[in-house]
Design a protein around this ligand. Structure first.
Ligand SMILES: [Zn+2]
Length: 87
């Protein structure tokens, strides 16, 4: 499984397509990649709230302040890599 933060602006379908193209003709050809999108979470120092954003604007969704910290959304991790031998 690959975890991708919402800030990465990566299309999960595109990632799957690239993965399929990469493993074609290799022993991992039948492998399935699952992509988990991580929402963008922002903590605001101005109003003290923590919110998630659907878009990638670096602003507090509640008060519009730029005095914010990004808590999640920059992930690009391979979380689980399972390898199974078929023979
Ligand atoms: Zn705020």
């Amino acid at each position: 499984m690959i975890k991708i933060g919402g800030m990465r602006k990566i299309n999960p379908e595109l990632m799957s397509f690239i993965f399929t193209a990469m493993v074609k003709g290799t022993p991992a050809e039948d492998a399935v990649m699952s992509v988990l999108m991580i929402p963008v979470t922002i903590h605001c120092y101005a109003c003290g709230r923590t919110n998630t954003r659907e878009d990638t604007q670096f602003l507090c969704p509640a008060c519009g302040s730029r005095n914010v910290q990004l808590l999640s959304g920059l992930e690009f991790n391979i979380e689980v890599l399972e390898v199974e031998k078929s023979n």
